[in-house]
Design a protein around this ligand. Structure first.
Ligand SMILES: Cc1ncc(COP(=O)(O)O)c(C=O)c1O
Length: 385
C-alpha cells in the first residue's frame, strides 16, 4: 500500500512548522471552524452519564442507527431501515468495510477520476482491481456517463464515487445521476458506493443522492459522517445506509477489525444527525466566499488553470505550465512549493489527476490570501520552458 499523500504532506508541514518554518497548510481536508456547541455538550453529557463505557454493539447503538435512518429520510429521500444502517470509525472505515465485503481478487471496482486518494488503495488492499475512468478540466473533472458505462464489465462489482467530489469539488447533477443509475440498473449485482460526506457544501442547487432514484436503493451504499459537516474529524464517526446483506457483511468485517465505534462519539453523532439541518446552511456561504477568494488569488498564478468547484472545499488547478526543468511531476512541484514558498499542497497524482495540485480552502480568508500571494510569486520565479 502507498501512504496517504494528503496525510504525508500534512505531516511534512507539521514537521517544518515545528522546525520554526512559516507554513500555510492547504493540504488537509479539515474544516477550520469549531464544532457546534451542542455536539460538545452531548459529549460532556454522555461522559457524565457514566453509562457509555463498555463495548458498544459492532453496528452502533440502535437508537443512533434509528436516528441515522431518519436523517437519510429527512435529508436525502433514502428509506433505509435502522437495520440497514451501520456506524463506523469514520467514513474511511465505512468505505473500507464495504469494499472488503463486496470485492476481492478477480473483481473490478470502477472509479471515476479524479477520486479521493484512499479509494484506490482500499480497493487494491482487497486484491480487487481499481479501474479508473479519466476526465479533464474541460469536462469539469466529471467523466461523461458513457465513458463510465464503457468501463463496466461482468467483473465489475462496485462503482465508487463521491459527489461533491474530493479533490475537484465537482458535483453530479440530478440528470447525470439518473443517467448513471440507468447504466447501473443494466448490470444486475453491480453495487454503487455513493460517498456523500460533503452533502452540505454544495454551491448551486441541492445535493442529490443516487439511492433516491427508483430502483437504486437496493443497489446503493450511501456513505456519510460527522467529519466535514460538523467539523468533528477527531471524533471519528462515519456511517452507511445499505441493503441488509451488505450491512451484515460489513458488520462481520468491522467485528474482526475494530468492533463498534467509540461509545461517547456515538452519543455525539446522535445529537448531530438529529439536529436541524438548517443549522448547517451557513457552511455553504462560508465556503462559497472562500472558493471565490481562492479562485481570485489563483488567477494571478502564471500558467495555472482552474476548474470552478461547485461543492466541497477543494480546487484542483492544472499546473502543467509549471512543470519545467527539475520539476517534472506535480509531486516535485508540491515539494518545491512547501520548501520555497511555505505553502503546503497535495500533488494530484494520487487522486488520479496528474499535472494538478489540490488546494483545500477549509482555512481562513487571510491564510487563503497569503497562500495564493506566495504561490503567485514562487511560480513566477520558476524557470521558463
Ligand atoms: C470523499 C471523502 N470521503 C471520506 C472521507 C473520510 O472521512 P472520515 O473523516 O469520516 O473518515 C474524506 C476525508 O477527507 C473524503 O474527502
Amino acid at each position: 500500500m502507498t501512504e496517504s499523500a494528503t496525510l504525508k504532506m500534512a505531516q511534512k508541514s507539521r514537521e517544518m512548522r515545528a522546525a520554526g518554518k512559516d507554513i500555510v497548510d492547504l493540504s488537509l481536508g479539515e474544516p477550520d471552524q469549531d464544532p457546534p456547541a451542542f455536539a460538545i455538550e452531548a459529549a460532556q453529557q454522555a461522559i457524565g452519564e457514566n453509562k457509555w463505557n463498555k463495548y458498544p454493539p459492532v453496528m452502533g447503538y440502535m437508537d443512533l442507527r434509528a436516528a441515522i435512518s431518519e436523517k437519510f429520510k429527512r435529508d436525502n429521500g433514502l428509506h433505509y431501515a435502522p437495520e440497514e444502517v451501520m456506524v463506523s470509525t469514520g467514513a474511511k472505515q465505512s468505505i473500507m468495510n464495504v469494499i472488503i465485503a463486496l470485492a476481492g481478487p478477480g473483481d473490478e471496482v470502477v472509479i471515476p477520476a479524479p477520486f479521493w486518494v484512499s479509494y484506490a488503495e482500499q480497493v487494491r488492499f482487497t486484491g480487487a482491481t481499481p479501474v479508473f475512468v479519466p476526465s479533464t478540466l474541460e469536462e469539469d473533472y466529471k467523466p461523461p456517463i458513457h465513458r463510465i458505462a464503457k468501463a463496466i464489465t461482468p467483473r465489475t462489482r462496485v462503482l465508487l464515487y463521491s459527489s461533491p467530489t474530493n479533490p475537484s469539488g465537482s458535483v453530479l447533477t440530478q440528470a447525470e445521476l439518473e443517467e448513471l443509475a440507468a447504466v447501473v440498473l443494466k448490470w444486475p449485482g453491480l453495487m454503487v458506493i455513493s460517498d456523500e460526506i460533503y452533502e452540505h457544501i454544495v454551491f448551486d442547487g441541492t445535493h442529490r443522492s443516487i439511492g433516491a432514484i427508483p430502483g437504486m436503493l437496493e443497489r446503493t451504499i450511501t456513505v456519510n459522517g460527522l467529519s466535514k459537516a460538523f467539523a468533528l474529524t477527531g471524533w471519528r464517526i462515519g456511517y452507511i445506509g445499505a441493503p441488509k446483506a451488505v450491512v451484515q457483511a460489513a458488520n462481520k468485517v468491522q467485528g474482526q477489525f475494530t468492533s463498534g465505534a467509540n461509545g461517547i462519539a456515538q452519543r455525539v453523532a446522535k445529537a448531530c444527525v438529529e439536529a436541524d439541518p438548517a443549522l448547517l446552511h451557513g457552511l455553504r456561504e462560508v465556503y462559497l466566499r472562500r472558493r471565490d477568494l481562492v479562485l481570485e488569488g489563483l488567477a494571478h498564478v502564471p500558467g495555472w488553470r482552474c476548474n470552478k468547484p461547485q461543492g466541497a472545499f477543494y480546487v484542483l488547478p492544472d499546473v502543467s505550465a509549471s512543470l519545467t526543468g527539475k520539476l517534472r511531476t506535480s509531486a516535485d512541484l508540491a515539494l518545491h512549493l512547501v520548501e520555497h514558498a511555505g505553502v503546503s499542497l497535495v500533488d494530484g497524482d494520487s487522486f488520479g489527476a496528474p499535472n494538478t495540485v489540490r488546494l483545500s480552502y477549509a482555512t481562513s480568508d487571510a491564510l487563503i490570501a497569503e497562500a495564493t500571494k506566495r504561490l503567485a510569486e514562487a511560480v513566477a520565479g520558476l524557470p521558463k520552458n
